[in-house]
Design a protein around this ligand. Structure first.
Ligand SMILES: [Zn+2]
Length: 134
């Protein structure tokens, strides 16, 4: 390795003046270190930039993606059911406790914020447990 080897990156990324690049090319022909380094950098670059998908594959994927109707008859009722269960569950959970409260807004708000605090605390605890795991 000599002083010229330091310019390897400039050469590799095409940042050299043409004259300088020509000189480095000559150096490259007999410098094992730079040859290895260049080949490593080329491999890294190839690994980082995913090759474009072949045209035939792109077309096949697009054709298969187009008939979106095939599954929607399953998903739409399923989605509706999930929504109904979610809304129903919400009212089922809220219903008895809300009616047990007095009519004043303050109690209701206190109840709601207590619920929210609990949810938040549970979330924070879950998150901390999650953080400890990783
Ligand atoms: Zn070199």
């Amino acid at each position: 390795m000599n002083k010229e080897c330091e310019n390897l990156a400039l050469y590799f990324y095409g940042e050299m003046e043409p004259q300088q690049a020509a000189a480095f090319k000559q150096h490259l022909q007999h410098c094992k270190h730079c040859q290895q380094e260049i080949s490593f950098m080329q491999q890294m670059q190839a690994a980082l930039v995913p090759p474009a998908a072949p045209q035939a594959l792109t077309e096949r994927v697009l054709v298969q993606a187009r008939p979106a109707h095939r599954w929607s008859w399953v998903f739409k009722p399923a989605l509706a059911l999930v929504l109904l269960l979610g809304i129903g569950g919400f009212f089922w959970r809220m219903g008895p406790s809300v009616s047990a409260l007095s009519d004043t807004n303050d109690d209701f708000m206190a109840y709601i914020s207590a619920e929210a605090d609990e949810e938040y605390n549970n979330f924070v605890m879950d998150f901390e447990a999650f953080e400890e795991e990783f």
